[in-house]
Design a protein around this ligand. Structure first.
Ligand SMILES: [Cu+2]
Length: 352
C-alpha cells in the first residue's frame, strides 16, 4: 500500500515537472522580446564617392543608420538624443503604432521635434513584419533626401514564407539622390528645382559601392528601399528576379521581373536564385542615375560576382578592388536581433 502511494506521487511529480518544462518552452519561441536602444544624432561628414563629401545629420554618426533587427510583436524602445544644432525626430516607416501614435515621429502632429540637446523616447510594438525603414520627419526634403537621416528596420515574421526560408544571403540596398549644391550647407536645400547629381546605394556611388559575392546555388534576397526623392529602376542582368514583398507585405503571387521600379518610401524584396555563374551588373536603368556629378560611369551600380568565375579578367573594373564586407548589412543581418552599428558606414564627426 505504502509503495503504491509513493509510486503514484512519483508519477504525479514527474508529470508536473514535465508540464512545467513544456509550458516554459512553448511560449519561448513566440514570446515577444523587449529591446531598448540608445541612439544619437550627430553632425557628420560622409563621402559619397571620390572627394564628394556631404554634411549629414547621422543617426549614431553613420549613414545609412544602424540596422534595427527585431521580430514581429517585439516591444521596441528607442531613446533618441539629438546632438546636432537643429531639431529632428524618427518616423518608423511602416509601423502600425496601434495605441502608440505619439511614437510616430511627426513634428506638429505627434510630438514636438527633439530639440538640440534633448532626448525623446519612442516605444512601439514591431508590427507588421517585413522590410521597413526609419527616417527623420523634420524638413524631410532636406534631412532625409540629402542629410542621410535613414536606416533599415527589419521585422522578421513569426511565420516566414517557404521561399524566404531558401534565402542564403540577405542584402539591404537603400537608394538615394543628392544635390551637391547643398553638400556643405546644413539647414538649407531640399527645394523645388534642386538638381540631383549624385545617386547612391547605401550612401556610396559606383565605383565606391561593393560587389555582391555569391556562389552557384545561393539564393539572395535584395531588400530595395527607396530612401531618396526619385524613382529608381533596378535592373539585374542574367537572372530572374522574383518580387515577393511590397512594403513588407507578401504578394499573393510573386512577380517575375528583370527590372524593379522603386519609388520614394517604397520597399521591394526581391529573391533571386544564383544559377548562372558570371559577373553580372545590377544597375539603375534611369540612365542619369548612373553618373557622378554629371560624369559616367557612376551612381547606382554594382556587380554580382560568382566565385566560380573569379575576378582575374583584364576587362573587369573591380578586378583589384578591396572588398569591404557588410556594405549591404549582410554580416549584420546574421548577428541576430538587436541594433547593429557598422563601422563601414561611420562618418567623420564635425565639431563646432
Ligand atoms: Cu531631421
Amino acid at each position: 500500500m505504502k509503495n503504491s502511494i509513493s509510486l503514484f506521487s512519483y508519477y504525479r511529480f514527474t508529470h508536473i515537472i514535465l508540464m512545467l518544462v513544456v509550458l516554459a518552452l512553448i511560449p519561448l519561441s513566440s514570446q515577444a522580446e523587449k529591446h531598448e536602444f540608445d541612439m544619437t544624432i550627430e553632425d557628420t561628414r560622409i563621402v559619397l564617392v571620390g572627394n564628394r563629401d556631404f554634411h549629414t545629420f547621422a543617426y549614431n554618426g553613420q549613414v545609412p543608420a544602424p540596422l534595427l533587427h527585431v521580430k514581429e510583436g517585439d516591444e521596441v524602445t528607442v531613446n533618441l538624443t539629438n546632438m546636432t544644432t537643429l531639431p529632428h525626430t524618427i518616423h518608423w516607416h511602416g509601423m502600425l503604432q496601434r495605441g502608440t501614435w505619439q511614437s510616430d515621429g511627426v513634428p506638429h502632429s505627434t510630438q514636438h521635434a527633439v530639440e538640440p540637446g534633448e532626448t525623446y523616447t519612442y516605444k512601439f510594438k514591431a508590427e507588421p513584419s517585413g522590410t521597413m525603414w526609419y527616417h527623420c520627419h523634420v524638413n524631410v526634403n532636406e534631412h532625409v533626401t540629402m542629410r542621410g537621416m535613414w536606416g533599415p528596420l527589419i521585422v522578421e515574421p513569426k511565420d516566414p514564407l517557404p521561399i524566404e526560408k531558401k534565402v542564403t544571403k540577405d542584402y539591404i540596398l537603400m537608394l538615394s539622390d543628392w544635390a551637391s549644391s547643398w553638400a556643405n550647407k546644413p539647414g538649407e536645400g531640399g527645394i523645388p528645382g534642386d538638381v540631383f547629381d549624385y545617386y547612391t546605394i547605401n550612401a556610396k556611388s559606383f565605383p565606391e559601392t561593393q560587389p555582391i559575392r555569391v556562389k552557384k546555388g545561393d539564393v539572395i534576397r535584395l531588400r530595395l528601399v527607396g530612401s531618396g526623392d526619385l524613382v529608381h529602376s533596378i535592373h539585374t542582368h542574367g537572372h530572374i528576379s522574383q518580387i515577393v514583398f511590397k512594403d513588407g507585405f507578401p504578394l499573393p503571387n510573386p512577380i517575375k521581373a528583370d527590372t524593379v521600379l522603386v519609388g520614394p518610401g517604397e520597399r521591394y524584396d526581391v529573391i533571386i536564385e544564383m544559377d548562372n555563374p558570371g559577373l553580372w551588373m545590377i544597375h539603375d536603368h534611369v540612365d542619369t542615375h548612373t553618373t557622378n556629378g554629371n560624369k559616367v560611369d557612376g551612381g547606382i551600380m554594382t556587380t554580382i560576382e560568382y566565385e566560380e568565375v573569379g575576378l582575374d579578367h583584364d576587362f573587369y573594373v573591380w578586378k583589384n578592388k578591396k572588398f569591404v564586407p557588410d556594405f549591404y548589412y549582410e554580416e549584420s543581418m546574421k548577428k541576430g536581433f538587436g541594433m547593429h552599428n557598422s563601422t563601414v558606414f561611420k562618418g567623420e564627426l564635425i565639431e563646432d
